[in-house]
Design a protein. Structure first.
Length: 157
């Protein structure tokens, strides 16, 4: 089963896509805001990766530090796709379908290792993200920082 084959095909159970999902999966430079498919959830990804490692008896290698190093290695592979290109606009105009697919794969590797790292550290990642975003809203009130990218330490009051 191939997660990348979703695109326009409508076979998978998690393939209940809103209309904004029915365009090319990794492409689209249209004006409307890009959105994700609702599934798989982060817990789905955790469970699928746990099944993958269990089936291979790979948990012996997947300690937190190893997962961190693996994740950082995959971040390096994402960086390779962007290096020497100069600035890249939203939607990656001028990228080939092959380059977009490579990027989708490397970002997925980062996500897979991130989710497993969180699991092995007993961090409930979706809830942790909610808490962190609440903190971010407090630290950066929209009324105060609108249109400015300054770090919070640069705001006087
Ligand atoms: N010990 C391992 C090895 C691989 N994977 C899974 C998680 C990643 O999604 C993907 C990583 O595979 P590779 O290490 O082969 O890395 P790439 O897919 O990026 O291949 P390459 O390094 O040749 O570009 O496979 C894993 O869980 N545990």
């Amino acid at each position: 089963e191939n997660l990348y084959s979703r695109g326009t095909a409508d076979k998978k159970p998690y393939n209940m896509m809103a209309s904004s999902h029915s365009r090319l999966q990794n492409g689209g430079t249209g004006a409307e805001r890009f959105t994700f498919s609702p599934e798989p959830t982060i817990e789905d990804i955790r469970r699928m990766q746990a099944e993958f490692t269990d089936e291979r008896d790979w948990n012996q290698f997947h300690q937190p530090r190893n997962l961190l190093l693996a994740m950082v290695g995959e971040v390096g592979e994402v960086s390779e796709l962007f290096q020497w290109r100069g600035e890249v606009a939203e939607g990656l105009p001028n990228w080939t379908e092959c380059e977009r697919e490579q990027l989708a794969q490397e970002l997925s590797d980062v996500m897979i290792y991130l989710v497993e790292l969180a699991e092995k550290c007993h961090v409930d990642l979706p809830q942790a993200v909610l808490r962190k975003m609440a903190l971010n809203r407090l630290k950066y009130p929209a009324s105060k920082v609108h249109g400015s990218a300054k770090k919070y330490t640069e705001y006087k009051d």
